[in-house]
Design a protein around this ligand. Sequence first.
Ligand SMILES: Cc1cc2nc3c(=O)[nH]c(=O)nc-3n(C[C@H](O)[C@H](O)[C@H](O)COP(=O)(O)OP(=O)(O)OC[C@H]3O[C@@H](n4cnc5c(N)ncnc54)[C@H](O)[C@@H]3O)c2cc1C
Length: 472
Amino acid sequence: MVKEYDAIIIGSGPAGMFTALELAKSKPELKTLVLERGPVRPPLKPEDRRVLTSGWGGAGTFSDGKLSLTYKVGGQLQDFIGESRFKELMKYVDSLYMNFGASNSSLFDPTASRHQGFIKELKRRAERVNLEIVEYPVRHLGTENVYLVAENIRNHLQSKGVEILVNTAVKKINPLGNHLFLVEAQSINSEEGHQFITKNAVVAPGRAGMEEWFMQEIKRLNIPFKIGGVDIGVRVETEAKVLKEITDIFHDFKFYYHSPKYKNRVRTFCVCPYGFVVMEEHYGLTLVNGHSYGGRRSLRKNRSKNTNFAILITEYFTQPFNDPIAYGRSIAHQANQLAGGKVLVQKLGDIWWGHRSDLDDVPNWKVKPTLKEAVPGDLARVIPHRYLELIKEKLQAMDEIAPGINSAHTILYFPEFKFYSVQVIADPEKGFETEISGLRVIGDGGGRTRGLVQSSMEGIIAARAILKDLEA
Ligand SMILES: Cc1cc2nc3c(=O)[nH]c(=O)nc-3n(C[C@H](O)[C@H](O)[C@H](O)COP(=O)(O)OP(=O)(O)OC[C@H]3O[C@@H](n4cnc5c(N)ncnc54)[C@H](O)[C@@H]3O)c2cc1C
């Protein structure tokens, strides 16, 4: 039997969850179905070093839960919807996170007047070494709270009659004409097939789902798109005290380094004070990422002695090569090969002196790696020379504002990659509807967002557009 729904949401990450929330809030009588290819996952334990990015809540569930309350990072949504709409939606999304359990979160606001003396001095020193400092408020939920939010949203949606099918991967979306779609899915565990009909298909597959599945659908359905880029870099880990003065104020600091030699911009990304480096699996690769626990009580018991953050270089390519993901993938694959399917780690001092890091030496390292499974090796064997030089230049520049970061003891993990999804051409005025009426693509998979806040905002935008269509 083919069941019919008013809306079908594919993917239960922040974009999908917030679409479902807004539909359920504004029109509880709607029949909404959420299809998610992954499972409902148990909470992450501090000793878990591999995070699963597919499942209820998407990559968001085991994220660090930093809500970047700004248009400056986490996507380019403001370019599509304008400043005032962006601000209104950002506030609304923040309030929803709080309503659904983010109450233990801490707000870090370097734009507050009490910090301006410190920021002014930091900027003065940064300018000397071509560093640009970007300030914005961050609400840090922490991994345990963001998990709670996802679970609370799931329970709330079910109580409102939203149907949720996990372990069910969508394979095809077939337009039937007359604004109708046949959505074909398959159970992951039993390979049983399912078919559903809807007038409103919202595709929110995240970056991995886009690459692994929806890209083929985009080509099959002739939906126009633009090629994105790739971020290549390392995750840096140091003792938390080295960065404390800065992380106490910024939490997630954003420093752009402008290399006078290579003309690249090198950025910091996803700072995890007192956090852990973790491995995540995407695109058949093992990559590094970071997360940390928030909340007052748990902060004390679940925190490490280290702070980690990414240093990333964004690459776009020009003709005749237009496959940045393949480029990134080939470099990451080599690193995984050398690390026996895991990730590599090396002490900065060993990089300077041109020799690999050895497993036997790790117990003597001053900075104890929080990702114990990382394999000591030689990053120069896999990171292209230009990127390694840029990473070294950036650490040297950062030492001006965070003395001790450019130390032989600092450790670097590789590969950290952020693949930009292709940008699907979609109409922001119609809730990111594609050229196929009734088919919307949102969240990180749509290529305009890159974080929790903006992907959640796109969910609200898509839902409101559906509600408008249903009223017409
Ligand atoms: C370790 C880690 C830490 C992070 N920390 C932060 C942070 O602190 N702050 C921040 O802003 N961002 C952070 N992020 C990024 C953030 O999690 C993402 O930007 C956000 O989750 C994107 O939301 P989304 O809904 O677009 O996609 P996702 O969250 O990726 O969700 C997509 C969902 O779609 C499902 N799906 C895919 N294909 C199919 C299919 N064919 N059928 C059914 N379901 C499908 C996937 O299984 C997945 O569950 C972090 C990410 C990770 C991995």
